[in-house]
Design a protein around this ligand. Structure first.
Ligand SMILES: [Fe+2]
Ligand SMILES: [Fe+2]
Length: 245
């Protein structure tokens, strides 16, 4: 939990959700890096209590456990949970982290050329993930919800490009592998998301943000690959077996 006496650098290094909160209050991560939160707030005539409240609220929201164990949710509820929690986080964090990578490449790319490669991989990851979320939300998830609501009686619309739910599921699982491969590339270019000695606070906040983003993305992919997708495939198969029987 952040405190008023910690420096801006310490706060962004220990809390992944901190940099976006501080930026909303227009606290500059680079020029204020060595100031305490109290000093940075005094300079900008901000209430330190208010900033601490927002920091605590952001962290509580980020770490919030699901209201119910996802394994016991209906398919419809699981889809809603994934979209509300994990897709929302990708849409919030991906552009912010890609913008930080771009800023770092522009500012320090000459000294550390790997920052230019990191910037390129972040653009690639953003393109992959945003297109992936749209396919899930517009094609696969509505079909899974329909399957769940009609106890497996659903059939893909005639206009659809797939005949069995296992087809888009396989495609989404391949896309998960692609995204995890890009993350692995980022991991090796960043020494496991650990900033170098000379890193400024923006640089530190990029690494803290990426560690949290990777953790969330792995949980998101686990919920889809291990819970949602196998259950949807099983539901469709059991319905077909009942029909044949
Ligand atoms: Fe997803
Ligand atoms: Fe996915």
């Amino acid at each position: 939990m952040a405190t008023a006496t910690q420096s801006i650098r310490e706060i962004v290094a220990s809390q992944a959700s901190a940099s976006s909160v501080l930026q909303r209050f227009e606290i500059d991560l680079c020029s204020s890096a060595n100031q305490s939160l109290t000093q940075a707030c005094m300079d900008l005539h901000l209430s330190v209590e208010q900033v601490l409240d927002k920091l605590a609220a952001a962290e509580a929201e980020r770490n919030g456990a699901p209201p119910v164990d996802p394994a016991s949710m209906s398919l419809e509820k699981l889809v809603q949970y994934i979209v509300r929690r994990h897709h929302r986080l990708v849409r919030q964090e991906m552009p912010r982290l890609a913008a930080l990578a771009h800023k770092l490449a522009t500012k320090h790319g000459e000294r550390s050329p790997e920052l230019i490669a990191i910037d390129g991989l972040m653009d690639e990851l953003q393109g992959e993930l945003i297109a992936h979320l749209e396919k899930e939300e517009n094609v696969l998830f509505p079909y899974v919800v329909h399957l769940d609501q009609h106890l497996g009686l659903a059939r893909p619309p005639a206009s659809s490009w797939f005949r069995r739910v296992s087809q888009p599921v396989k495609m989404m699982m391949n896309e998960h592998e692609t995204a995890l491969g890009i993350l692995d590339g980022l991991r090796s270019l960043t020494n496991g998301f650990n900033p170098p000695e000379w890193a400024c606070a923006t640089h530190i906040s990029f690494h803290t943000g990426m560690r949290a983003f990777e953790k969330d993305l792995k949980q998101h992919i686990y919920l889809e690959d291990e819970l949602l997708f196998p259950r949807a495939v099983e539901l469709e198969e059991s319905t077909d077996a009942t029909r044949r029987g």
